[in-house]
Design a protein around this ligand. Structure first.
Ligand SMILES: C[S@@+](CC[C@H](N)C(=O)[O-])C[C@H]1O[C@@H](n2cnc3c(N)ncnc32)[C@H](O)[C@@H]1O
Length: 283
């Protein structure tokens, strides 16, 4: 099942889609309960974390592991995955991936907001995508994962899949001291904003690759629904968007739409001359 790892070399397969279904980042209609991000003051605190659900059994873990293996296998054989991989390998995108890495050989992957892989299919698909990327590309290094709702069963399965589950709630504030891929599928805007704020200097931003909700869509959404309070919670997203190169993830109306719609790769095109002001006024 495991694909052989490959190095990051541009090839000629350009499979970027020009058209895609525009869906604003939103919660879907499943009955889910996600913890809201905490208040600005609480968000300063990076607290030690242990799973709230500490009940587990070997049977429960095996059942979840089996579920994950089935999803990984299904995703690997899908057209969605082959288009996804071709996009990364495409001449244009692979250059952006390559440039972020500089002279380093590995990119750390930090996964925030994966959700409950035991309860929902979208988090399983999203984790499978990250896992398959690591198997496919030898330039992806360690994978660290955090979501406050992860249960002990999920933690054990994540570890079995080769991920390290963080023991601290960083509130999305990891500093990219080296090339870092933030894999943040369908997270709340505030979590992207926290990540950007923690890295608000060109030296950090230029090392970051972000997989998450389309920043372009946040800007489009803003032009329709003006709301100062909302702008304030997204000010780093709105301010960095003009310096952002985005590659949309191509989803078609099939099993993968729910998990990946409205998602993009983001690269920040900044250098020492970039005026990194945090303001929404001119947007
Ligand atoms: C909208 S849900 C998305 C879940 C999943 N990725 C999906 O698409 O179904 C956002 C997730 O962010 C998580 N989250 C909230 N605060 C977080 C934090 N400080 N660090 C990491 N994840 C966090 C929530 O628990 C929730 O699972």
């Amino acid at each position: 099942m495991a694909a052989s790892a490959e190095t990051l070399t541009p090839d000629k397969h350009m499979v970027l889609e020009d058209e895609w279904t525009i869906v604003l980042p939103r919660r879907n209609n499943q009955r889910r309960k996600f913890p809201k991000l905490k208040s600005a003051k609480q968000q300063q605190e990076q607290t030690h974390w242990v799973p709230a659900d500490l009940e587990t059994t070997p049977e429960r873990e095996q059942k979840l592991m089996k579920k994950m293996q089935i999803v990984i296998e299904k995703l690997e054989k899908s057209q969605f995955f082959s288009v996804f991989i071709d996009q990364i390998r495409s001449l244009e995108a692979s250059e952006y991936f390559h440039n972020r890495m500089g002279t380093k050989h590995k990119l750390e992957m930090v996964i925030y907001g994966i959700g409950s892989i035991e309860s929902f299919e979208s988090p399983r698909l999203q984790l499978s995508l990250a896992t398959l990327m690591k198997r496919k590309f030898d330039w992806i290094g360690e994978i660290e994962v955090f979501d406050p709702i992860i249960s002990l069963t999920e933690k054990k399965v994540l570890e079995e899949l080769g991920c390290c589950v963080l023991a601290v709630n960083e509130q999305g504030r990891r500093q990219a001291v080296g090339p870092t891929l933030f894999f943040m599928p369908h997270c709340e805007a505030e979590l992207y904003d926290n990540m950007l704020k923690a890295n608000w200097r060109y030296e950090n931003l230029k090392q970051i690759i972000l997989f998450g909700n389309s920043f372009e869509k946040y800007v489009q959404h803003r032009s329709v629904f003006r709301n100062t309070a909302l702008d304030d919670s997204r000010k780093h997203i709105l301010s960095v968007q003009p310096f952002t190169k985005e590659f949309e993830i191509c989803t078609v109306l099939d099993d993968y739409f729910r998990a990946f719609h409205g998602s993009s790769w983001h690269f920040f095109i900044v250098d020492e001359n970039t005026n990194l002001q945090v303001t929404c006024e001119n947007l």
